[in-house]
Write a protein that binds this ligand. Structure first.
Ligand code: VG1
Ligand code: CO
Length: 560
């Protein structure tokens, strides 16, 4: 095989967002577009590129296979030594992280637009993960972006054809060098890791039931995303759950038309079925398998921020943490602060980072944290450097099995001990970008007024006095890097918060996220609906930002 050098043209829109480069498939299909970005990733590896090993895989969505083929050819031409690729190009995001760490590769390329819909008229994405297994930090993604802006050529070995359906090792001669492509079982390494972390026997007993105790019934919805094969192997083969309880578990290029986002809106079928009371637990995962939603009997919703707090409290039940101890916790800034209360009560540290998993990695690498999460249905630990949907589901099951309580029972106990943080996120998706900027500018202008602190907002008989407000920025304690503009925050004297942020994962227009949180320790409120409890604060946020006026929207598109 020989390599050729292709003169390319520059695209100036390849700036990675919160989690890689995400765009419509049609954009990636433009001439040289995908090739350019792959070449830029490889160029950014600098001296380490020659002879290195990289992992490649994705969530199976439309265009994944085309992208894998291109990566093989471009990696070969650029002197990469070896690629480890999931069979059929399938690897969940947590599996990529697992494999990078296990085989100590230089990094990996993840092909996914996560929870965005898939298909020829939907979205695709490419993300680079570094040698710690985590998403590339800003300094790396900025470097990749800089390279794309002046890229003149890419190198490609166009004649290479590897059968990615067949598990085998391929040795290919490229310009006199050996280039290796290993096609591997996408599930194996991940399953081995999960079995090391959790008490599978205990979970199996729970799920199988016994003479004294009926089966704990679960229903798992993979939303036709990448987790299907992982779920079948772990919950089916290893834990003996009936196939009928594992739904939508074949990865499809268009997710069968589903929106693979595990929340009450998009996992509607799961919620509807679990609501009938037959199941003790329901779980859903997103397209690339890093997000999770957990619901209890009759579809009792576990808010992700509460889920994180409950896991934090009971973490020592899980064998892995008995071994490693609890090093600390972390959450993204907009994530509900229920976990902070747990941390305080056990004398552990709870750190705060900007939105996006890339900010947790450095903290894990210096052993500052064991468990972390985001309000956006992301939960994970230092077993890898990505959030991990199946891990979260197994963690819940391990805890349920040991405590012998129902999901709503565990939550209610939690609130009795710590009080309840009511939490919601309202998304205004696909707004006109300039309208969204007006909303942010409006809030920024308000909060920067000197008189803003101590301003009193009243809605009915509820009164909120501003304690302080800012535009969130973060300094990484490890490398000292600073990121600014990470969300506009308003804190009130009673501990409530309102946060405005613009999404960094959309593929068109702008999405405004409004995060609202309040705290109650009056147990008569604990069963109330979060939307009802937070209504006055939401009104404050809408008035202050003039959101409806600027965007013409009178309701959010998604509420979680
Ligand atoms: C969203 C979430 C964020 C998450 C990111 C990637 O980002 O809010 O918490 O880390 O998606 O998740 P944004 O910028 O749109 O708010 V995934 O599962 O889409 O890789
Ligand atoms: Co995801």
């Amino acid at each position: 095989m020989s390599t050729t050098v292709v003169q390319t043209k520059i695209y100036d829109d390849q700036k990675p967002g919160t989690s890689g480069l995400r765009k419509a498939v049609k954009i990636f299909q433009q001439e040289h577009y995908t090739e350019n970005f792959i070449q830029a990733i490889l160029d950014a590896l600098g001296d380490k590129l020659q002879g290195c090993t990289l992992v490649v895989g994705g969530d199976g969505r439309y265009y994944c296979k085309d992208a894998v083929t291109k990566i093989i050819k471009i990696a070969a031409a650029n002197g990469v030594g070896k690629l480890i690729i999931g069979q059929n190009g399938i690897l969940s995001t947590p599996a990529v992280s697992t494999i990078i760490r296990k085989y100590k590769t230089l990094g990996g390329i993840v092909l996914t637009a996560s929870h965005n819909p898939g298909g020829p008229n939907a979205d695709f994405g490419i993300k680079f993960n570094c040698e710690n297994g985590g998403p590339a930090p800003d300094k790396v993604t900025n470097k990749i972006y800089d390279i794309t802006k002046s890229l003149k050529i890419y190198k490609i070995a166009s004649d290479i054809n590897v059968d990615i359906e067949k598990i085998q090792s391929n040795n290919i001669n490229v310009d006199g060098r050996t280039f290796v492509v290993d096609i591997i079982d996408p599930v194996e390494d991940y399953v081995i890791l999960m079995k090391k972390i959790f008490d599978f026997d205990c979970i199996k007993n729970l799920l199988q039931g016994s003479a004294e105790r009926p089966k704990f019934q679960i229903l798992i919805d993979s939303l036709n995303g990448v987790t299907g094969p992982y779920v079948k192997r772990i919950f089916g083969t290893e834990l003996g759950v009936d196939d009928a309880n594992l739904i939508h578990s074949t990865p499809l290029e268009d997710f069968g038309g589903l929106h693979p986002d595990p929340n009450l809106t998009y996992a509607a079928e799961l919620v509807k079925t679990v609501r009938n009371g037959t199941y003790d637990m329901g779980a859903a995962f997103d397209g690339d398998g890093d997000r999770n939603m957990i619901i209890g009997k009759k579809a009792f919703f576990v808010n992700p921020s509460d889920s994180l707090a409950v896991l934090a409290r009971h973490l020592r039940i899980i064998p892995y943490f008995q071994e490693t101890g609890i090093k600390g916790y972390a959450r993204s800034m907009p994530t509900g602060t229920a976990i902070d209360r747990v941390a305080k009560s056990i004398g552990a540290q709870c750190l705060e980072v900007p939105t996006g998993w890339k900010y947790f990695g450095n903290l894990m690498d210096i052993e500052l944290l064991s468990l972390c999460g985001e309000e956006s249905f992301g939960t994970g630990s230092d077993h890898i450097r990505e959030k991990d949907g199946i891990w979260a589901c197994l963690a819940w099951l391990n805890i349920i099995a040991k405590l012998g309580k129902s999901i709503d029972g565990i939550l209610k106990d939690h609130w009795m001990k710590y009080g309840r943080n009511f939490y919601t996120r309202h998304d205004y998706e696909n707004c006109d970008a300039s309208d969204a900027n007006k909303v942010m500018a409006e809030v920024e202008r308000e909060i920067q007024e000197e008189s803003f602190t101590r301003t009193k907002f009243s809605v009915g008989d509820k009164h909120y006095i501003v304690k302080h407000a800012d535009n969130y920025s973060f300094k990484d304690p490890v490398d000292g890097s600073i990121v600014t503009n990470q969300g506009l925050r308003i804190f009130f004297q009673d501990g409530s918060r309102i946060i405005f942020r613009l999404s960094g994962t959309g593929s068109s227009g702008a999405t405004i996220r409004l995060y609202v949180e309040s705290y109650e320790n009056d147990s008569s409120t604990y069963d109330k609906d979060a939307q009802e409890m937070l209504q006055p604060l939401i009104k404050v946020a809408l008035n202050l930002s003039k959101l409806q006026e600027h965007t013409g929207r009178n309701a959010p598109t998604v509420i979680t």
